[in-house]
Design a protein around this ligand. Structure first.
Ligand code: G3H
Ligand code: 13P
Ligand code: ZN
Length: 313
């Protein structure tokens, strides 16, 4: 089937109490690992590309890699989404280039500017059958080398969400409830706790409306350990507890963004292989276990965290 939008996916996910995984893609092995896992789990899936991914791989390569996955798995519902679009131009370029969903990230702008930008993107996108995600509230962490400190991050204010959605016409909304980008989300010794009270309040004000969770990697400690035991130095890498992600998926959260976990899985595979076989220099040798790790982590997320197994049927 051709690429789909997220409309139907989110409607079913909301009603069914599960979430769709939105996994970041940067190269062929990542696309392969994710889609093989989703096909085996019979789970709908969102493949998302950031501006950094487009710069690294070239937008055309990414689009064609995704097209290849559509050809290989004709029964798998796949949406192609722009992650963290910074301005109207990048959203327009993705909409014109065949993406079925874009995020306009005006979360660091004042409310009215965020509204105006999201509205402009939504109008352009909707005329072309593309859906739009926007964000209210600011996550801490790193994206595209831009670091938002904990002091500059802010939780979403539930009293703003209804006006934002009404004025912009966006199709889904990312909110800040304590997650953050990257592999260092919480301080060691603290008790990670998402603000479900905010999520609940948002859901009350936007009944049936799909909510998105960014920064939702759980930073699997087995991969951190493998990396560190094989020459890496990831100190105090801590993610979101998976039971809290599962709880969010049961509530109004319909899209859960995962990138760092894929990076950790891939890197663990490469480091472990390189350490075991120092004489290997064929990329196919070390990328094979790395890709298998990506597949394994995505299968685990789909089956145990998102709850989307079998929902592609
Ligand atoms: O939200 C950030 C994603 O992990 C994408 O990261 O901008 O380094 O590609 P990136
Ligand atoms: P993580 O860094 O937690 O994987 O978040 C990814 C993300 O939010 C992509 O937009
Ligand atoms: Zn994000």
């Amino acid at each position: 089937m051709p690429l789909v939008t997220t409309t139907e996916m989110f409607k079913k996910a909301y009603e069914g109490g599960y979430a769709i995984g939105a996994f970041n893609v940067n190269n062929m092995e990542i696309v392969q690992g994710i889609t093989e896992a989703a096909a085996e789990e019979k789970s709908p899936i969102i493949l998302q590309a950031s501006a950094g991914a487009r710069k690294y791989a070239n937008a055309a390569y990414l689009k064609h890699l995704v097209d290849a996955a559509l050809e290989i798995y004709p029964d798998l519902p796949i949406a192609l989404h722009l992650d963290h679009g910074a301005d109207f131009e990048i959203c327009k370029s993705c909409i014109d280039g065949g993406f079925t969903s874009v995020m306009i990230d005006g979360s660091s702008k004042p409310f009215d500017e965020n509204v105006a930008l999201a509205k402009k993107v939504a109008e352009y996108a909707h005329e072309r059958g593309v859906v739009v995600e926007a964000e209210l509230g600011t996550l801490a962490g790193i994206e595209d080398d831009v670091k938002v400190s904990e002091e500059d991050s802010s939780y979403t204010r539930p009293e703003e969400v209804q006006e934002f959605v009404d004025r912009t016409g966006v199709d889904s909304l990312a909110i800040a409830i304590g997650t953050s980008h990257g592999a260092y989300k919480f301080k060691p010794g603290t008790n990670p706790q998402l603000r479900f009270d905010i999520l609940e309040e948002v859901a009350k004000r936007l009944p049936g409306f799909p909510i998105v969770l960014h920064g939702a990697s759980s930073v699997p400690q087995e991969y951190v350990k493998i990396i560190n035991e094989n020459g890496g130095a990831l100190k105090d890498a801590i993610g979101v507890p998976e039971d809290q992600l599962r709880q969010a998926a049961r509530m109004a959260v319909c899209k859960i963004n995962i990138d760092s976990d894929l990076r950790l899985a891939l890197t663990a595979g490469i480091r472990e292989h390189m350490a075991a076989y120092p004489d290997h220099f064929d990329p196919r040798q070390y990328l094979t276990p790395a890709r298998a790790n990506v597949k394994a982590v995505v299968k685990h997320k789909i089956a145990e965290v998102l709850g989307s197994s079998g929902k592609a049927l």
